[in-house]
Design a protein around this ligand. Structure first.
Ligand SMILES: C[S@@+](CC[C@H](N)C(=O)[O-])C[C@H]1O[C@@H](n2cnc3c(N)ncnc32)[C@H](O)[C@@H]1O
Length: 301
């Protein structure tokens, strides 16, 4: 596992055609299960995406990307991240790789919140179209095109954030597609932002080997292999051996780690009932999944 981000790794990927674009389709994989939850707008967003795909001849969304059994895990991670954003009194939120997530819409119902999403161009354009069809996007919610590995893209997206107020950076479902050098580049970028604003980095992207084992056996057999083929991204190799290794990785990059378990929100799940998944099975799916709340080492009180 390398943890030395080098410029050459970044440049290689920047210029490697379709290096990150192939990951975009995984936003469909994570948006579909949300339709079985009570997370607002989830069904409307997915239906609109399907409509756009059909009418713009991108091809229909194939059944392989519709994995309903992922719903409890994704609902839990979404709700735990929300809970942790509240706990940290977030008022300026940067969501990296937001995909088709409706979080920004919900949070910006409060006019005191500034919310920015950064996504790869194609996804950002599709989401803009979806929002145009469904809602009046509030002025405090902005969807920007950018690459998580490019600090300038991230900096440019939040120039309107107030420097005297802390930020919360969030990403759900991005880091499992990045190798360790790329994860370190994203972490360095987040560090650079937190150095200016202060605040927290909240992410469930701590994919542990034991989580993949449960996904491969119970939640979505065969799917991770299929996703590896589709994206060219080796999720297995990109995963952390265990929590200790994950914590050390982020400690070495200058972060303190507060860990949370997805089990903390098990009572808030609605999808398991809808899909008839037993509580015992849900526990098995959530137990190996964690969310890290990270701050800069040097900002520790
Ligand atoms: C599994 S999806 C998760 C989407 C969303 N966060 C969710 O939970 O539904 C991964 C997302 O990462 C985005 N992505 C991949 N590489 C990226 C990059 N280098 N910069 C920004 N976004 C990226 C993809 O476009 C995709 O929307």
């Amino acid at each position: 596992m390398g943890s030395n981000p080098t410029l050459s790794v970044f440049l290689n990927h920047m210029f490697q055609e379709n290096s990150y674009e192939k990951i975009i389709q995984t936003a469909i994989l994570t948006a579909y299960p949300r339709i079985f939850t009570d997370i607002p707008l989830s069904k409307e967003i997915f239906d609109e995406l399907e409509r756009i795909r059909k009418t713009e001849s991108h091809g229909e969304i194939t059944a392989e990307l519709k994995v309903s059994k992922l719903a409890p895990e994704l609902e839990a991670r979404y709700k735990l991240v929300d809970q942790l954003l509240h706990k940290n009194n977030a008022t300026q939120i940067l969501e990296i790789a937001a995909g088709l997530s409706p979080r920004g819409v919900e949070w910006t119902k409060n006019p005191a919140i500034e919310y920015v999403e950064v996504e790869l161009s194609e996804m950002a354009r599709d989401k803009n179209k979806i929002f145009k069809a469904l809602i009046e996007t509030p002025p405090n919610l902005q969807l920007k095109e950018g690459n998580a590995l490019n600090l300038k893209d991230l900096q440019k997206s939040i120039t309107h954030f107030k420097k005297d107020r802390p930020i919360a950076v969030v990403n759900e479902g991005l880091l499992r597609y990045l190798n360790f050098d790329e994860k370190a580049i994203v972490a360095e970028n987040v560090r650079a932002l937190l150095k200016i604003f202060g605040g927290v980095w909240i992410t469930p992207d701590i994919t542990l080997q034991k989580l993949l084992q449960v996904q491969n056996k119970t939640t979505m057999p065969g799917k991770n292999q299929e996703i590896i083929q589709r994206t060219g991204r080796n999720i297995e190799k990109n995963s952390f051996k265990n929590e200790e290794e994950a914590e050390k990785f982020f400690n070495n990059l200058g972060f303190t780690v507060e860990r949370h378990s997805l089990l903390e929100v098990i009572d808030k799940l609605t999808s398991s009932k809808k899909l008839n998944i037993s509580q015992k099975e849900v526990k098995k799916m959530l137990e190996p999944a964690v969310v890290f709340v990270m701050k800069l080492e040097d900002s520790r009180a």
